[in-house]
Design a protein around this ligand. Structure first.
Ligand SMILES: [Zn+2]
Length: 269
């Protein structure tokens, strides 16, 4: 490549990052990051009934029939929703739109980085979080007493005691997350691509999960649903020019004290 062409190429690459509508890039494969690990619930966890605040109706935890057994499952959409909220907090007011009301969300051709990760109006999600399935077929739950709070007034209903089903702490789940067409660097350390803010946001979210700072489900303000991510491996597929088969590299990811740093060890295949 001539010097001129190379400059033009670099500028074009930079340009694609600044232009938000280029988050609509599902027509061609550029990269896929497959993240797999183990998530443990450190505290009692309730993901389930929608009427939890009222203390009435469906108060059992969400379950799926797996191999003939009804097991508590943490829906991938629940975790994804929490991660989106954390991403919005990270980028700050005015730098992201305000779901869930679609009229407060980004419009076509001008998407915020959070929509660029999790999707939005007419924009598919660049990340997929699979349902978190327990690693064991015995997941103990118990009934936890609570007080029904009036959704609008925020006060307890007189005598409105109720129970919710919670998953007991220290159960492990398989964590599987896929990130499409968002660039990362795997040179010595796993790091964000400096031209794509979205990679930085995703690494921040992984770190928060590793540091027990992400909670799912109901009553999280009461300490429920604290998750811990560990044993993370990353498989990174990138498109090599002129090749049909993507290049595949596997890594073990280790979290260290710096929120922005991840040690990676390349696995021999
Ligand atoms: Zn947005």
């Amino acid at each position: 490549m001539s010097a001129n062409l190379e400059t033009e190429h670099n500028q074009r690459d930079k340009g694609t990052v600044d232009k938000m509508n280029d988050y609509q890039d599902f027509n061609s494969f550029k990269s896929l990051l497959k993240l797999q690990g183990i998530i443990k619930n450190l505290t009692q966890t309730h993901v389930g009934g929608s009427s939890l605040e009222m203390g009435i109706g469906e108060n059992s935890v969400f379950k799926q029939n797996i191999g003939g057994i009804d097991l508590p499952v943490i829906p991938g959409t629940s975790l994804k929703g929490v991660l989106r909220t954390e991403a919005e907090k990270l980028v700050g007011n005015g730098n992201s739109c305000e779901p869930p009301n679609t009229s407060n969300m980004c419009k076509e051709d001008n998407y915020c980085p959070v929509c660029g990760i999790f999707g939005g109006n007419s924009l598919a999600s660049h990340v997929k979080v699979l349902d978190l399935i327990p690693t064991e077929d015995d997941v103990p739950t118990s009934q936890k007493p609570g007080v029904a709070i009036h959704r609008v007034l925020g006060v307890a209903y007189p005598g409105a005691k109720y129970e919710i089903e919670v998953i007991e702490p220290e159960n492990e789940y398989f964590f599987d997350m896929f990130v499409e067409n968002i660039k990362f660097n795997f040179e010595e350390k796993l790091s964000a691509d400096k031209n794509d803010i979205r990679s930085k946001i995703i690494l921040y979210l992984l770190k928060k999960m590793a540091l027990n700072q992400i909670s799912v489900g109901g009553k999280t303000s009461g300490g429920l649903g604290v998750l811990k991510l560990s044993e993370l491996t990353a498989t990174y597929y990138t498109k090599v020019e002129g090749e049909f088969e993507p290049k595949e590299e596997k890594y073990t990811v280790t979290f260290n004290d710096d929120i922005n740093e991840f040690e990676v060890k390349k696995n021999s295949s």
